[in-house]
Design a protein around this ligand. Structure first.
Ligand SMILES: *[C@@H]1O[C@H](CO)[C@@H](O)[C@H](O)[C@H]1NC(C)=O
Ligand SMILES: *[C@@H]1O[C@H](CO)[C@@H](O)[C@H](O)[C@H]1NC(C)=O
Ligand SMILES: *[C@@H]1O[C@H](CO)[C@@H](O)[C@H](O)[C@H]1NC(C)=O
Ligand SMILES: *[C@@H]1O[C@H](CO)[C@@H](O)[C@H](O)[C@H]1NC(C)=O
Length: 546
């Protein structure tokens, strides 16, 4: 489905003169294929260099089967593949895509990231970004595939995942770009969602001088806390034969109940909660009574209601220590509940046994009580700073660079409240009001956006990992990255983010358009006017955040 969209859009991405320029047997093509001999850097080996035309369905036959190994290229470009040594026992494979219209489009550089803890390049993001004219890098995060097995007994590979793969591919990617174009790039950007959002926070905290603008979408930062809480949700709900277990349709019913109770809070019944944390659902309303059953009455048992209540509550460890938020009410059920649908989260489990404890025989403790000791570890130790939760962004501020983070208000994987915490922690750490932070750090909760893409609301905002998931009808120039360029280079701040309701399957506009507000403001319906129009809403400080 996704690929159909990518194919459909190639016609929309225009670069007519570049095609002529690039195929005329000129230096671009020749210089590109010769990079394999000419580009020499310490600790770098060129694996491939060659010209690729827009519309090519590029496939990666050697790619790990757990990754997506094909993408439709959206720009005529030079593709350079590098093997970068990061230690005697570790390396990063990086692709640098250098479009023919790089000069005309501003001589910019961009870095993309990886989902979860994976070693899969997000090719869709690489292709989209290169189509915007950026020399764009995608890298494998220091290992291949979705499994955590490559971390086993390889701390250097864990270090690559935590931050180093991003660092070295940025450095080498920039050198390669300048070398190939025989020019100097002007500005640099990072953008990515989910695990790639975590890398965005790494970029802001560890490499702030490297990027003029950073978009960290749904960042899986506070990594250890996330891993711990995901496992606690698993203990809460249990395996399929647990009395607390809910089937997927039952979780969908929970979601429907949340909307039933809370959709009206923001003044409009549109299946979207503008301020999800204002919703305090009363799940006892779903209880079976008097011999009722799910089959006949779509009700839940006491044990199930207890499980549901709990996964919306914060998770605590030993001695009542706070670990992480529960889910926010109003989820994209597909992701949230796939984590509690009969098996513990694979990402979390793999990270714990292979990366964190580096012990293939490590198994999840039988009970939640026994898991408390693991939580103690996770709160105490983060060897390579995978958490990316350093609130001190003084370097970013001093560099005059910009960070925009956003997070879907119905993200069913992990809640936006964690990303909001990071923003609020920076406010406290640097002793800055949100007005002061506005100069260099803005956070947006996007109501009705699920995890990265899709959702009930005006979710399409031209963000990373959105283009191939329903966004192909949009002009790439409308992307959030271009808005970031205008903020970082021209000082035009991103005050609101325009979102469109888009049918993920067809890519068709399917409802409301909204100007999403930046934290700590929320959208309020003015009381009159078509709620599907942005003009019927206004950003105000929420009563929760005066
Ligand atoms: C690209 O090639 C792959 C592998 O042959 C194939 O699975 C995919 O459908 C192709 N995509 C398009 C858009 O043709
Ligand atoms: C390659 O570039 C050189 C110098 O910029 C120029 O003299 C030459 O004509 C170019 N060759 C082609 C085939 O465009
Ligand atoms: C990359 O280089 C390392 C040595 O640093 C080597 O072990 C590895 O096989 C190389 N990978 C590829 C894909 O060439
Ligand atoms: C801010 O964060 C840094 C890095 O974690 C820490 O060293 C510093 O003490 C914090 N400052 C305040 C005022 O909390």
């Amino acid at each position: 489905m996704r690929l159909v969209h990518l194919c459909a859009v190639t016609a929309l991405v225009a670069s007519p003169q570049s095609f002529v320029a690039a195929t005329g047997g000129n230096n671009f093509t020749r210089r590109c294929s010769r990079l394999i001999e000419t580009f020499k850097q310490k600790d770098v080996k060129v694996l491939f260099s060659g010209y690729v035309t827009r519309g090519t369905n590029l496939t990666f036959p050697d790619g790990d089967p757990s990754c997506t190994n094909d993408v439709v290229v959206l720009a005529d470009m030079c593709r350079l593949q590098l093997n970068i040594t990061t230690s005697p026992v570790s390396n990063v494979i990086a692709d640098v895509w250098m479009p023919v219209d790089w000069r005309e489009k501003g001589k910019r550089f961009a870095m993309t990231g990886n989902g979860g803890s994976s070693g899969c390049v997000m090719w869709e993001d690489v292709a989209y970004t290169a189509a915007l004219g950026f020399a764009t890098v995608g890298h494998n995060n220091g290992h291949d595939g979705m499994s955590g097995l490559p971390f086993l007994n390889r701390p250097e590979t864990v270090k690559d995942f935590a931050y180093r793969a991003l660092g070295v591919s940025t450095t080498i990617g920039k050198i390669a770009t300048n070398f190939f174009y025989q020019d100097t790039l002007t500005t640099s950007y990072y953008w990515g969602c989910s695990g790639a959002g975590r890398q965005g926070m790494v970029a802001a905290q560890r490499y702030p001088e490297e990027f003029n603008g950073i978009i960290a979408a749904s960042p899986a930062a506070q990594w250890n806390r996330l891993a711990a809480s995901i496992m606690v949700h698993w203990y809460t709900v249990g395996p399929v034969d647990s009395p607390r277990y809910l089937t997927f349709p039952q979780w969908q019913a929970v979601d429907a109940e949340v909307l039933k109770q809370c959709d009206g809070i923001d003044g409009v019944l549109d299946n979207v909660l503008e301020d999800p944390l204002k919703c305090q659902p009363h799940f006892e309303a779903m209880l079976c009574t008097d011999g009722q059953t799910w089959e006949f009455n779509q009700c839940l048992t006491v044990a199930q209601v207890e499980a549901v209540k709990r996964i919306y509550q914060p998770v605590y460890g030993n001695k009542g220590r706070y670990v992480y938020h529960g889910y926010q009410p109003g989820n994209d059920p597909i992701l949230a509940f796939s984590q509690v649908l009969g098996a513990p989260s694979e990402i979390g489990y793999d990270y714990l046994r292979y990366a964190y404890y580096s012990d293939a025989s490590w198994t999840l403790p039988a009970t939640e009580d026994d898991f408390l000791a693991v939580i103690d570890d996770l709160l105490a130790r983060d060897p390579f700073d995978a958490n990316a939760d350093n609130p001190d962004l003084t370097r970013l501020k001093n560099a005059g660079h910009k960070l925009l983070s956003y997070h879907g208000g119905t993200d069913g994987f992990y809640t936006y409240a964690g990303t909001q915490d990071l923003y609020d922690a920076t406010a406290r750490n640097m002793s800055l009001s949100s007005h002061d932070l506005d100069d260099f750090y803005r956070f947006f909760m996007i109501p009705g956006l699920g995890h990265c893409a899709g959702g009930n609301g005006a979710w399409y905002i031209g963000g990373p990992s959105q283009y191939g998931s329903g966004g192909t009808g949009f002009d790439p120039q409308e992307s959030l990255l271009i808005k970031m360029v205008k903020w970082a280079e021209d000082g035009v701040p991103i005050d609101t983010i325009k979102g469109y309701s888009v049918d993920e399957t067809t890519g068709a506009l399917a409802g409301a358009v909204r100007e999403h507000c930046r934290h700590p403001m929320r959208n309020y319906y003015k009381g009159t006017g078509d709620p599907a129009l942005p003009s019927s809403w206004e950003c105000r400080f929420s009563s929760l955040y005066p």
